[in-house]
Write a protein that binds this ligand. Structure first.
Ligand SMILES: [Zn+2]
Length: 253
């Protein structure tokens, strides 16, 4: 019975975790699959796969993914380059690949890149450059959306650390009974809560559990135990779902 109820809890809310773009490959990816990941150029266009050649305009060798600033623009002629699909979201935003990140640093980096890549800057450029600026801006926004929230960041990092392994999408099994009981108890309290004050108390408990899990997930990644992060992220998903339902209840009707 517990499990059925819990499944209902998980299904009543939307679970929005951005899966890593299949094209944002990790640095360890063999070259052959890198080449396979290059998008085909539109008909009648020169091949502009950024993973295999130099600058599309002057042919200069492009900087590697590590050299963050240079990766968007050609170091030689300063032309805006097409998205480099070899780079993951952390590299794209010039951040260290780790779970714990400085939200202010993330925002600063995204704001700066959005300014530099803004389509207005390329209004007098070629058609290719205007397209690159749109593609690069969209990619930066996608990376920001994924890395901002702890849950989606954790899921993304887990997929980078353990490529090819089943993640959160798999059927839930063997959840800790103490955890299941806690989820159900707080769900019941939310159902029975009368007024914003009681709902607020449930919200505080949920937030406290999310903070606790955040710390545990960070320790699992930092300790080189990414597998340990999986069950924690699953728990985080339940609490986040409940947190979303609480926000819905608190919205003025
Ligand atoms: Zn160039």
């Amino acid at each position: 019975m517990l499990r059925g109820l819990l499944r209902r809890v998980a299904l009543t809310v939307t679970f929005r975790v951005q899966a890593p773009s299949p094209r944002a490959l990790s640095p360890g990816t063999p070259l052959s699959s890198r080449a396979a990941a290059c998008p085909l150029p539109p008909a009648g266009r020169r091949g502009l796969c950024s993973g295999s050649s130099g600058c599309w305009r002057c042919g200069a060798e492009r900087a590697s993914g590590e050299q963050e600033a240079a990766a968007f623009f050609c170091p030689s002629c300063r032309a805006l380059q097409p998205p480099d699909r070899r780079r993951d979201y952390f590299q794209l935003l010039g951040l260290q690949r780790r779970y714990r990140l400085d939200a202010e640093q993330l925002r600063r980096s995204v704001r700066r890149l959005q300014r530099e890549l803004h389509p207005d800057n390329f209004s007098r450029g070629s058609e290719d450059e205007r397209r690159f600026s749109e593609e690069q801006s969209a990619l930066v926004n996608e990376a920001y959306g994924t890395l901002l929230r702890p849950l989606s960041r954790g899921v993304y990092l887990l997929r980078l650390e353990l490529p090819g392994e089943a993640g959160l999408g798999e059927a839930d099994s063997g959840e800790d009974p103490t955890f299941l009981a806690a989820v159900l108890r707080l769900n019941e309290r939310l159902e029975e809560a009368r007024g914003p004050e009681e709902i607020g108390q449930v919200s505080e408990e949920v937030e406290a559990r999310l903070r606790e899990l955040d710390g545990e997930v960070a320790r699992a990644f930092e300790g080189g135990r990414p597998r340990d992060a999986l069950p924690l992220l699953k728990q985080m998903r339940y609490w986040s779902s409940l947190g979303d339902r609480i926000k819905e209840r608190l919205l003025p009707r």
